[in-house]
Design a protein around this ligand. Sequence first.
Ligand SMILES: [Zn+2]
Length: 360
Amino acid sequence: MKNPLSQRGTGAFTLVEFLCVVAILGVLSLAVLAVLWRNPVSTPANSTSSPANSSAPKIPPQNFAAVASQINHLLSAPASSAVTATNPNPASAFDDFSSWVKLFTNSSASLVEGERLAWKRREAMLDLIQNDPKKAIELSVSFKLRQTLPPQITKFFEQQVDGRGDFLLAVGTDFSSGNTTTYRQVQLGGNNYEAFVYGRRRSQVSQTAIPLHGIVLDGKIAVAAEPLRALSVAEAVALDKNALKPDVICSVSGAAANSRGQPVYAESGGGVMVFCGTDHFDLVNQQWAAAEGNVSAVSSANSQAVATTANDNWTHGRKNVLYMRVNFPDDLTEPISEAAAYATMNGVNSFYTEGSYDLT
Ligand SMILES: [Zn+2]
């Protein structure tokens, strides 16, 4: 059979085909133009409306609200709470509850009164998590109280959560009004929480699989600034039976955790770490924070230098570089002369000095 392509060899066919193609293309392009003319504003209108709606950043709060309402349904206030819900001084809710706990441990307080005060404390805590997360964490209930108080009371407590999770930041700007809103979310242990932060986490960008600690209430989490959470001995043992074994070693020094008689236990985002002293606990805390990109906030000792933004120390200032000129036993020729190496690194130095406006 003849190759069909060979038919194109004859000039007449080629010209006819070419004219046909031109005609078809012309009709198609006219049709496209007609469609575009029919509603010419539709595409620009869509593109201008989307930033004003800022639909993307609005999704997280809807999720948060859904989570929060689900949890709200799980917990119901005791009958008397409607009367006592309006409390002008939230701090007193914590004090009142602490006073009750003291009475209760002396077995001279009523459980009903405890439930009422625990609910008031819960309301105050929910407010604190959103407005002063640092204080909220400071006032969170101790491990010991969680263990000793009856479930009718502890069901009103915030939850302590630890683990490796995702810290997500979304910034939405309404360009028409100039308002910028920041949403933070933490995904931890299969749950999504609306996150409230302080300290270095205020300038932290989205990061995945980092150690996170915090207290949770109603789908809202107050996130601790530090990557490690110090534990009491009882809590360390509850989390990891092996924490107190005599052969446990310090994660920093490799010496026995009890070698200085002051072991420190910490939750490290899904496991218990043991240190031989608070200095080594602090060291790891600072290094892990630095690894997340925020050096200065946790370690105040390092916060000399530049006053521009919170976390410049990692990139600014004098940096030392080790330049190794290597040769091999079977090839002793110099890869680069000392003078040439210095010349290269002087060039590198000029590049960084100029590019950083003399800051690095
Ligand atoms: Zn140590």
